[in-house]
Design a protein around this ligand. Structure first.
Ligand SMILES: Cc1ncc(COP(=O)(O)O)c(C=O)c1O
Length: 487
């Protein structure tokens, strides 16, 4: 029997200090993005057989420094506006490291468990959510929406006298979830995971502002009611991933109560927009929702893997996601004197979620909010919304650019255009512009479709972005477009 484990369990400063310069360098995002160009190089270096004998810590650190970190994902680079994800800021990164080392299980009454509770409370306050809602951290928007819809499922079937978490879904019954055609596709997947089926999502058309069409929603609910189809939830998108449109939450809450169904709000990206007073009224009615998803790893720039779900009915959420008693954990909750992790789990987030073990995420959100406060975050949200508006104005003044969706939040969908070009040609030109931008790696938006037209879609959530990158993108789109179409 060997006396010592093969893994180093100390010398943490030495290890971290040895990779820090590479991380600092990476964070400067200098030169061209090497990840794609040097793919064969780093892939060949990494693609080794399972080692029979480990190479030791020093070699691992060297590979991290030389091969892995320099070729990392540059979605934190100032000109990257492609997805609704960005690289974390410094406080969140440091807090994630602290959580990894000192809070590697969020159970038990200790600061990391407590900071989950505190951070959820702060988030609720920041986002104007009622203080008595139960929040829970998740790995991101996918699971946050799953939690909200899982609670909706529980509520709908309990009304029929059935516990779906315990007994499964009833046979010979049909049900429906209603969401706009702009809803994020993870909502559809959540229905699959919950056994409701993707086909149970009724896709409702949107108006010219990409918001759910309320008349069509009502018609769908009415038609289904006459067929005795059970409404499980109406989903409002509060910041769609394509254009940032915010569905009319107050009106949807009214409809949900009329049809005695659940209102879930997917605010994974957009709910932080409530901090911009110009946009805040669009979230009216939020307090009447039953559940809300919002992701700190998006606009709050928390390290990746940090979402939240809030549900108004704590007991119901518990019934939807409870883990039934497990012998090896018995006695852990609420026993007399509290002096070890076995005596008290602290807040039992594992009963409000699909995860049992989970990293400490509250510490990250706490650290970020503690650093910049509500004021610092509001300033970021307003600045990013300003970027989208500034870009929209610039686009409207330029004959060779066309605005495809006026920004509500921090997304601006536009395209290059020439009047003589047909729709199909415009799509091809814009696709080629986006491809070139990705290749250059300086200004990197994504594309999407707005009313069937291919749009260039920057989404500003990146704390490192400045107005120079916004103007730079407009100039480059115009420049590449002119070059392509003058040939
Ligand atoms: C509106 C919306 N909902 C849900 C999601 C999914 O979130 P995640 O990627 O964190 O699972 C996204 C991701 O961009 C989103 O924008």
């Amino acid at each position: 029997m060997s006396e010592r484990d093969a893994a180093e369990v100390a010398r943490l400063s030495e290890a971290i200090e040895s990779i820090l310069p590479a991380l600092e360098d990476f964070n400067k995002f200098q030169g061209q993005d090497p990840a794609g160009r040097q793919r064969s190089l780093w892939m060949t270096a990494l693609d080794q057989p399972l080692p029979e004998h480990g190479v030791g810590l020093q070699q691992v650190l060297r590979e991290l420094r030389e091969t892995v970190i320099p070729h990392g994902l540059r979605n934190g680079s100032p000109g990257f506006s492609g997805w609704v994800t960005t690289a974390p800021t410094t406080a969140g990164t440091a807090a994630a490291l602290a959580g990894t080392v000192a809070g590697s299980q969020r159970w038990w009454v200790q600061p990391f468990n407590y900071l989950e509770t505190l951070a959820l409370r702060w988030l609720a306050e920041l986002l104007h959510l009622p203080g008595d809602w139960q929040g829970t951290f998740t790995s991101g928007g996918s699971v946050a929406n799953l939690i909200g819809l899982g609670a909706a499922r529980q509520s709908a079937f309990e009304k029929l006298g059935r516990d779906p978490a315990r007994d499964g879904l009833p046979p010979n019954r049909r049900w429906r979830i209603y969401a706009s055609s702009e809803v994020h596709h993870v909502v559809n997947r959540a229905t699959a995971v919950l056994g409701l089926g993707r086909r149970s999502v009724k896709s409702i058309s949107v108006d010219t502002a990409q918001r759910i069409d309320l008349k069509t929603l009502r018609q769908a609910l009415e038609a289904d009611r006459s067929k005795k189809i059970l409404p499980i939830a109406i989903v409002a998108s509060a910041g769609t991933v394509n254009t940032g449109a915010i569905d009319p939450i107050a009106e949807m809450a009214e409809i949900a109560s009329e049809y005695d169904t659940w209102l879930h709000v997917d605010g994974a990206y957009g709910l932080f927009g409530i901090l911009d007073p110009r946009v805040a009224p669009l979230f009216d009615g939020l307090e009447r929702a039953d559940s809300v998803a919002v992701d700190p790893h998006k606009w709050l720039a928390a390290p990746m893997g940090c979402g939240t779900a809030f549900v108004h009915d704590r007991a119901l959420l518990g019934r939807a996601f409870t883990t039934e008693p497990a012998d090896y954990l018995e006695g852990a909750v609420g026993s007399g004197e509290v002096c070890s992790p076995f005596d008290n789990f602290g807040d039992i987030y594992h009963d409000f979620n699909v995860e049992q073990s989970a990293p400490s995420r509250g510490v990250q959100v706490w650290a970020i909010l503690q650093e910049i406060g509500a004021e610092g975050l509001s300033a970021r949200i307003i600045r990013h919304n300003d970027f989208a508006r500034h870009l929209a104005l610039r686009v409207e003044k330029d004959d060779h650019l066309e605005l495809l969706a006026a920004p509500t939040l921090s997304i601006c969908c536009f395209r290059y255009r020439r009047h003589r070009l047909k729709e199909m040609e415009l799509d091809a030109v814009n696709e080629e512009i986006a491809r070139r931008l990705r290749d250059e790696g300086i200004f990197v938006p994504s594309t999407t479709r707005v009313d069937g037209k291919l749009a260039i879609r920057p989404c500003y959530i990146n704390p490192r972005t400045s107005i120079a990158e916004v103007d730079g993108l407009a100039e480059r789109v115009r420049g590449i477009g002119d070059e392509l179409t003058s040939r």
